[in-house]
Design a protein around this ligand. Sequence first.
Ligand code: MN3
Length: 220
Amino acid sequence: MFNRLLARKFSSFTKASLPSLPYGYGDLAPVISAEIMELHHGKHHQKYVDQYNLNVEKLQAALAKGDHKLASDTAKNVRFNGGGHVNHSLYWENLAPVNKAGGDMPSKTSPIGKSIIQHWGSFDSFLDNFNTKAEEVQGSGWVWLAYDPKTKGLSIQKTMDQNILSGEGLGEPLLTVDVWEHAYYLQYKNQKPNYVKKIWEIMNWKVVEKRFDTACQMKC
Ligand code: MN3
């Protein structure tokens, strides 16, 4: 009886679901084509969600059975697919169509604007440093503008595969760019630098500012 109750309690988890986008698949064109968006959100992100949910259930079953080898193997899949879901959700949210404030840079006197200028001297210098960091990602990964609550500092970071920023101890995410090939290859082929340069035209800085305010709890 107790075991059954425990199993029921343990197996109730809130499944991940694919977030709907605040814009249409074609609305980020010409920076990101509708074809890429449809595949990236509808197929790739959906698969991370499905595999995460499936592997959490497998992990629960393995733990209930006391199969620790299977639990350990399955936990890797939970981590990878859960990271894929979290990272893509952040990425969609920090993009916006050009006619909906996409690409509008923050004011130089806003908290995030001041902080960027303090760290990199100018917005252009920040963008150069970010684009260079994206080039340094060999294989699949993500590039981030990160906030470290301990030092109150901004930094540009990269994570590999679907590792999440805070999980790597690299701070809180303010902005992310997916640099897996599936994010750009259909349109930009092998020209990853062109994709990263263009993405600033659809960056939603309002969301970045909101994340910054939340991360530093207005003590910037
Ligand atoms: Mn992706």
